[in-house]
Design a protein around this ligand. Structure first.
Ligand code: AKG
Length: 191
């Protein structure tokens, strides 16, 4: 793969994170917004139920994280087409057979620190595409607490390789952002 146009965010041992700017900028935010069957899930934290501060959807194998259980759902041809293009930028990656969709309605919506380290996820590579408003994406080393911040704009591709053991990531609130953002996170689920 030609990474000349990629921006390395971090590279520590086998863990690498890079961004390719605007590679999917021709895609229309509105078309993706309309295509995805959004829902707002409730999650249980310390025994108390909260609505997630974003909308989500899922396509692919059955998947569970926190208190959320996604049943197996077919991947639409539109998502498969985007997946194939993403796969072309991730040469060593396993085949992405699943996609988690996140819709941040404005800068109040967010995602807290977490890892995508469920046993069924292949940690070698997770790749995500962003559409709509620009938002900061934060990465933090779990031991040293060193932090990286990268701004993700419309059409940007973010690739995380071997990051899920030692690094957490998050999408912090940004109260000055009033427009929505969609993120499609492609994953390879085993089994
Ligand atoms: O919206 C983003 O860029 C972050 C998404 C994310 O962290 C996830 O789906 O696990």
């Amino acid at each position: 793969m030609n990474r000349t146009a990629s921006e390395t965010i971090l590279s520590e041992g086998a863990a690498t994170c890079f961004v390719m700017r605007g590679v999917f900028a021709r895609e229309a935010f509105e078309a993706w917004h309309a295509h995805i069957p959004w829902q707002q899930n409730a999650i249980t934290v310390y025994g108390k139920e909260h609505l997630e501060p974003r909308l989500t959807a899922w396509m692919g194998s059955a998947y569970a994280y926190s208190s959320i259980r996604w049943p197996k759902r077919p991947i639409t041809p539109q998502v498969l087409e985007l997946r194939d293009a993403v796969q072309g930028f991730c040469d060593a990656a396993p085949i992405f057979n699943s996609c988690l969709f996140n819709l941040y309605r404005n800068g109040v919506d967010s995602m807290g620190w977490h890892r995508d380290n469920e046993p069924e996820i292949d940690p070698a590579c997770i790749a995500s595409v962003s559409f709509g408003a620009t938002r900061d994406f934060a990465i933090r080393h779990r031991q040293t607490k060193e932090k990286w911040m990268v701004s993700l704009g419309h059409g940007d591709l973010l690739v995380m390789e071997n990051m899920q053991r030692d690094f957490d990531h998050a999408l912090p609130k940004r109260l000055k952002v009033h427009k929505p953002r969609i993120n499609l996170t492609f994953r390879a689920l085993r089994g």
